[in-house]
Design a protein around this ligand. Sequence first.
Ligand code: HEM
Length: 85
Amino acid sequence: MTNHSYHTNEVIVFTRYTFLPFGQGPRSCIGMRFALLEMKLALFCVLSKFNLEPCAETPKEMVLSKTSNFPQSKDPLKVKAVSRS
Ligand code: HEM
């Protein structure tokens, strides 16, 4: 269990059940490590070619969705992709 403090006085407690994209327990996803590796590889391919920068449509603050089952932003976090070459 991890306590994480943000710049407010609010303390959010994360447990192993806070974020469950791959499930938890004996029937949890057996492809989790492979899927995470693939995602890191995809991110690497994009970030090796582009810098991601804030743009006019980037929200100043991230507001968490109240309807999602997972901790995710209410609105899309739009950024500008600028070629590194
Ligand atoms: C972003 C990618 C993926 C997500 C979000 C995901 C998510 C999940 C979830 C939520 C479960 C159910 C866990 C539970 O019932 O508690 C599951 C089960 C499973 N996943 Fe994935 N998965 C992903 C990728 C993969 C990949 C790449 C493979 C195989 C190469 C895979 C193979 C399996 C298998 C075989 C099960 C059934 C495990 C069991 O019932 O014992 N998954 N996955």
